[in-house]
Design a protein around this ligand. Structure first.
Ligand code: URA
Length: 284
């Protein structure tokens, strides 16, 4: 969660300012899921009046409904515009390094404001297998590369055990920026960033896509099925150029770290992939 603009907490912030120690304030933020600050002024130290003047007065439900509706419409319009900008940008780009530069300079997604790094795809640009995760986590955001934290270490082990090095794959995410506190990305954030992922796939032209988790599978396959339903059989992703690419969905490594009993299914998915790719593996 982001610290900036939590205006609705105004009176609480002012109260904390007078009655709570800095440690208590930080603990309160931590418990509320706030782990990112924007700007240098802690919210609880913002003047009470400055906060309250930004809060809509709740005189009647009708009066607050209007600005809320307007804000929703404005957000939807901004998202639409950002999607269009991202798509237009991508159409002109025919090289991966140019695409990386375009993503790094793109200002249409607010996740960039709270991220430390833009985490673009990584690995072999000639790879026949592209792996797609959801979004960078804290380690990836700090280092600037996808899947370098605990999930990445598990993924590396699985790839190695299946006979695939990280250097024979290209690894990327639906989102190039970490959602604050690792929250689930919104549909709008996914829609804005999706053209960049699709363009990476267009440029790499892989034979296979391994979708790590439900977010990646739902975003690229444009469906809303659960990962449990999607995994375990061949699927197909159609590129923006109309080419079908064999796709497999499997559990996200972060999910496997929490649910170790599902590792056998993910391993079976990995074996299905490498068998079709031509790397025969027989044991689990
Ligand atoms: N989880 C993801 O989905 N992607 C990463 O890069 C790291 C963790």
């Amino acid at each position: 969660m982001i610290l900036e603009k939590l205006y609705f907490c105004g009176s609480l912030g002012a109260m904390m300012n007078s009655e709570m120690s800095v440690r208590e304030i930080l603990e309160w933020y931590d418990a509320a899921g706030v782990d990112v600050t924007v700007g240098s002024v802690p919210f609880a130290l913002v003047e009470k009046d400055a906060v309250l003047t930004k809060m809509p007065l709740r005189e009647s439900n009708k009066e607050v409904a209007k600005p809320q509706r307007q804000a929703t419409t404005e957000l939807a319009q901004a998202t639409q515009e950002a999607c269009k900008n991202a798509k237009d940008l991508c159409q002109e780009i025919d090289r991966l390094d140019k695409l990386r530069e375009a993503v790094e300079n793109f200002e249409g997604c607010s996740l960039k404001l709270t991220a430390t790094h833009t985490v673009f795809g990584d690995g072999n640009p000639q790879a026949k297998i592209v792996l797609v995760g959801e979004a960078p986590g804290a380690d990836e955001d700090r280092i600037g590369r996808p899947f370098v934290g605990r999930s990445g270490q598990l993924l590396d082990k699985m790839l190695k055990a299946a006979g695939l090095g990280r250097d024979s794959c290209y690894i990327t995410n639906v989102l190039p920026w970490r959602p604050p506190g690792n929250r689930t990305p919104t549909d709008g954030e996914i829609a804005v960033c999706l053209p960049f992922l699709k363009r990476q796939i267009d440029l790499i032209k892989p034979d296979y896509i391994l979708l790590l988790g439900g977010s990646a599978a739902n975003a690229l396959l444009e469906n809303a099925e659960t990962i449990s339903k999607l995994r375990g059989h061949w699927l197909s992703y159609q590129t923006t150029e109309g080419k079908d690419i064999k796709a497999l969905a499997t559990f996200h490594p972060a999910y496997l770290l929490r649910n170790t009993g599902q590792k056998a299914k993910a391993w079976a998915d990995m074996l299905r992939l490498v068998k079709d790719y031509g790397l025969e593996k027989t044991d689990a």
